[in-house]
Design a protein around this ligand. Structure first.
Ligand code: NAP
Length: 243
């Protein structure tokens, strides 16, 4: 097992890619603090982790509530007995369907606050802990939309993630902490309006189908494990060959 006894804080753990990361990391021996806004969905993932014989501590938390970062980190550490790995996976691509204010400014604030501000402040809080203990890993979920021309708030937020991942990696490398990112293309999750049972096919993609959440999770495992011990500040594109 590649993460035996490792203690992980994972955001956006209630579904999609986050859920797949939680289950794969549990298979590899990790204990997890799981965060998202939806308590029922979070509890379902926590039960699935426990069924694998690992500890799971659900924490209902909106990552925009950056004033509670230190409190959430302390809760996670207390529940797990330490902290080795932080995965910033929570993200959104649009306003919720019933949002009362579907203006461009509202969408900008919503996407930037979740995708970039929430990630930045959790990284800052985690960095204090990990650099003091002189070990640890941070993994940030970007997007292939953050690796090419970005004409919208989502792409801009993910460019920010890619750049900050590289900058933070440089800051923390001398302290024994590795920071890396993953830039998925279209993945079969609710974010892509994909639901279980629907076709995986996507003829526009060179691979002919969406990526699976598990195919993103396996790259997260690479970054979480010692297999990537000499990799700092990289963001790996995992996008079914999408241009
Ligand atoms: N799917 C794709 O095609 C794709 C492509 C490129 C990049 N990505 C990135 O991969 C990551 C995961 O995406 P996904 O496809 O798994 O999306 P998803 O299925 O929609 O899941 C998103 C996760 O983020 C959580 N979340 C959203 N807003 C949050 C907030 N304010 N506070 C706390 N948690 C929040 C959601 O939980 P709650 O709603 O319960 O809070 C959920 O657990 C995101 O960063 C996304 O940008 C995805």
């Amino acid at each position: 097992m590649r993460l035996n006894g490792k203690q992980v804080l994972l955001t956006g753990a209630s579904k999609g890619i986050g859920r797949a990361i939680a289950l794969l990391f549990a298979d590899e021996g990790a204990d997890l603090a799981l965060t998202a806004r939806n308590a029922d969905a979070l509890n379902e993932v926590a039960e699935a982790v426990r069924a694998k014989g690992r500890r799971a501590h659900p924490l209902v938390w909106d990552v925009r509530d950056v004033g509670r970062v230190d409190e959430r980190l302390a809760e996670a550490r207390a529940a797990l007995g330490g902290l080795d790995i932080v995965v910033n996976n929570a993200g959104v691509v649009r306003l919720p369907g019933d949002h009362p204010d579907p203006t461009e400014e509202a969408a900008w604030d919503y996407l930037l606050d979740i995708n970039l501000k929430g990630l930045y402040f959790l990284c800052q809080g985690a960095a204090k802990i990990l650099q003091e203990q002189k070990s640890g890993v941070i993994i940030n979920l970007a997007s292939d939309a953050g690796m090419r021309a970005a004409p919208n708030a989502y792409g801009i937020s993910k460019w920010g993630v890619v750049g900050y991942t590289r900058g933070l990696a440089k800051q923390l490398a001398p302290h024994g902490v590795r920071v890396n990112g993953i830039a998925p293309g279209p993945v079969a999750t609710e974010m892509m309006n994909w639901h279980p049972g629907e076709s995986m096919e996507s003829p526009g993609l060179p691979l002919g189908r969406y990526s699976l959440p598990e195919e993103i999770a396996s790259v997260a495992l690479f970054f979480a494990s010692a297999d990537s011990r000499a990799v700092f500040g990289e963001t790996i594109v995992v996008n079914s060959g999408n241009d």
